[in-house]
Design a protein around this ligand. Structure first.
Ligand SMILES: Cc1ncc(COP(=O)(O)O)c(C=O)c1O
Length: 413
């Protein structure tokens, strides 16, 4: 690392709290980012195979134009009437099932999940929440309390945890449903009824478990039959990532509430809770909701620009097609690396599971970083290499990714 980068890392440690973590042992200092390429302070370039926030590519001019226009016009808030805010809601809801017909803007996925849980508890009059054993749903007090992946703690009162079945299970969907039934019973034994199942529809922090399609359908039915609501956390999976607009579609279910975030503004903070009108009206009859910055004209205009680019450039279909090539590259690496390695994924949400390999996924990610490719790791054991690029990642970029990945993997033989 250059002296500048080393000094910046030291200055950062002095002023930013220790709860922050950087990616990579040698952190990357991003000086510029365009499309799917990043450049560090020393002029090294990196292929972005990790970031799902800049879904339409880094530094997209449509986002800058939209935000600039609204900041220079009237960037107020949702207590005034504003065309961009209403237009964004109309454009977004048109992509969701008919029953999910109303929404609340928030600033972050955490706020959206927090509100979803508040709504579920209020309308059901119940307390119990079911999440997966390594779930991540955010950082507010409530979202953090249902995010065991943050601390490894699984002892929040009123929360039951469901392990995601391994892919060798005979019928993973049936097993997931059975485990969810057991979680409902566990809540009942503690004197609670289930208010909601909150689940990331690509089970990202549980190791990217996308298959079989339909995996979550039975669990959703179990929770509904027990009187609870189903909340799909689409903060990771939404906006075309899986090759469908929403991750829940692959599971053949329609949730009661859906939370959105990350890619929604391509880097501008904008997120949302979408839900059934009857549910959100019951909440709204009791509680007023105002969130100073959420759904401001600038944030809404950014979100509309993201939706328009996804629509115009056919990025959902592109994600489905390019994802096949990405998984093909990952499979080639899986075969090259020692161990019985697995590739999982849907669309452009993909993982290479090295749980059965002597190779440390973090080492591989580090080596890829040194070869100019940015990936991450996920899963309870951190052994799944996470490959989740912007959706504008195309065939030429897959070719670069494949070459460098196989170079790095080949060194482990
Ligand atoms: C599945 C999931 N839900 C919720 C969140 C929280 O979103 P935010 O960081 O915008 O608060 C994240 C963020 O990584 C996430 O991955």
């Amino acid at each position: 690392m250059s002296e500048y980068t080393t000094t910046l890392a030291r200055r950062r440690t002095h002023v930013l709290a220790s709860s922050y973590r950087t990616f990579y042992r040698r952190p990357v200092d991003i000086a510029a980012a365009h499309g799917v390429w990043l450049t560090d302070h020393d002029g090294h370039t990196y292929l972005d195979c990790y970031n799902n926030v800049p879904v339409i590519g880094h530094s997209h001019p449509r986002i800058a134009e939209a935000v600039d226009r609204e900041l220079g016009r009237a960037n107020t808030h949702t207590r005034y009437l504003s065309e961009p805010t209403v237009a964004c809601a109309e454009q977004l809801l048109a992509h969701l099932p008919d029953t999910l017909d109303t929404m609340v803007f928030t600033n972050s996925g955490s706020e959206a999940n927090d509100l979803a849980l508040q709504v579920a508890r209020f309308v059901t009059g119940r307390r119990g929440i079911i999440v997966t054993t390594n779930a991540y749903h955010g950082t507010t007090y409530l979202a953090q309390s249902v995010s065991p992946s943050l601390s490894g703690r699984r002892d929040t009162p009123g929360v039951a945890y469901v392990g995601v079945p391994g892919q060798d299970a005979a019928d993973p969907a049936a097993e997931f449903a059975d485990r969810t039934r057991a979680a409902v019973a566990e809540l009942n034994a503690a004197g609670l009824d289930v208010a909601a199942l909150l689940v990331d529809t690509t089970l990202t922090s549980d190791g990217i478990v996308t298959d079989p399609a339909g995996l979550l359908g039975g669990a959703a039915e179990v929770v509904r039959a027990a009187g609870g609501l189903v909340i799909a956390d689409e903060v990771q999976a939404g906006f075309g990532r899986t090759g469908t607009w929403w991750g829940f579609t692959r599971h053949g279910m329609t949730p009661d509430l859906v939370t959105l975030g990350k890619p929604m503004g391509n880097g501008v903070p904008v997120a949302a809770l979408v839900g059934r009108t009857d549910i959100l009206d019951r909440y709204g009859a009791r509680f007023r909701y105002f969130n100073t910055f959420a759904g401001s004209p600038a944030a809404a205009a950014a979100a509309s620009a993201v939706l328009s680019v996804i629509e115009e450039d056919g990025l959902v279909e592109a994600a489905a097609a390019t994802g096949i090539l990405v998984r093909d590259a990952l499979q080639a690496a899986a075969d090259l690396l020692p161990g019985d390695n697995r590739v999982r994924g849907a669309g452009m949400m993909n993982g290479l599971d090295l749980a059965a390999s002597p190779v440390d996924a973090a080492d591989l990610a580090e080596d890829l970083r040194d070869h100019g490719v940015l990936v991450g790791t996920t899963g309870a054991d951190g052994q799944t290499v996470k490959v989740r690029p912007p959706l504008v990642f195309g065939e030429p970029e897959v070719a670069v990714f494949r070459d460098r990945l196989l170079d790095v993997a080949g060194a482990y033989r």
